[in-house]
Write a protein that binds this ligand. Structure first.
Ligand code: FE2
Length: 206
């Protein structure tokens, strides 16, 4: 091989390595955007005794939650891309009728007693979390969303909201519209169906 060709190849190789390193870095640095907690984060006294990661079944209740059941899962990662084990992730959302498990939600709608409304999970050693819940429904004045909080012990690391990718109400939602396209993508749920199971995967970077 001629020397100049080898040099050219080497230059190309260096450029490629540089580019790969750069794009990896930029992906890792897209932190999950923060969002307001909103008025309906249920205090411990408002929650059911059951606060596990299965929100469609309240322990002791006969009835199952109304709504379209989904499996929400993903990893909690540091901004360097390291899986964060033993972190607490909480979600809360309104029921199928748009009512929150919160004494401050004064809407004249009966709360679905089969829906847990709030739940938590603790990440495993690979940073994985999972929830069984319902596809978020419409709450007046907002696009469908799930509220999310990440904690390490007592320390709150992040509060955010997840949205439905492509929902027609997203473009009218003030909080959604505040995000850049990359940020919106980072918190938008894309659903896939596998053997009657609707799944979505969102990694949370704190
Ligand atoms: Fe909300």
């Amino acid at each position: 091989m001629k020397l100049h060709t080898r040099r050219g190849l080497l230059k190309g190789f260096i450029a490629l390595v540089g580019l790969t390193a750069f794009s990896r870095k930029s992906i890792a640095e897209v932190l999950t955007p923060r969002a307001t907690e909103g008025p309906f984060y249920p205090s411990p006294s408002m929650r059911f005794a059951d606060t596990d990661n299965n929100l469609i079944k309240v322990s002791g209740a006969v009835k199952k939650a109304g709504g379209e059941i989904i499996q929400l899962k993903g990893k909690i990662l540091s901004k360097q891309g390291k899986p964060l084990a033993d972190h607490r992730i909480e979600i809360w959302q309104c029921d199928v009728n748009g009512k929150y498990l919160h004494s401050g939600d004064g809407r004249n709608v009966v709360y679905d007693s089969g829906f847990q409304g709030f739940g938590h999970d603790i990440t495993d050693k690979h940073g994985n979390y999972s929830f069984q819940t319902i596809k978020p429904s419409i709450y007046p004045g907002r696009t469908p969303h799930i509220h999310v909080k990440v904690l390490k012990g007592e320390r709150e690391l992040l509060t955010t909201q997840f949205y439905i990718a492509g929902d027609k109400l997203n473009s009218t939602d003030g909080l959604y519209r505040r995000m850049s396209d990359e940020e919106a993508q980072a918190v938008s749920m894309v659903f896939t169906q596998k053997n009657n199971l609707i799944e979505t995967n969102i990694n949370v970077i704190v």
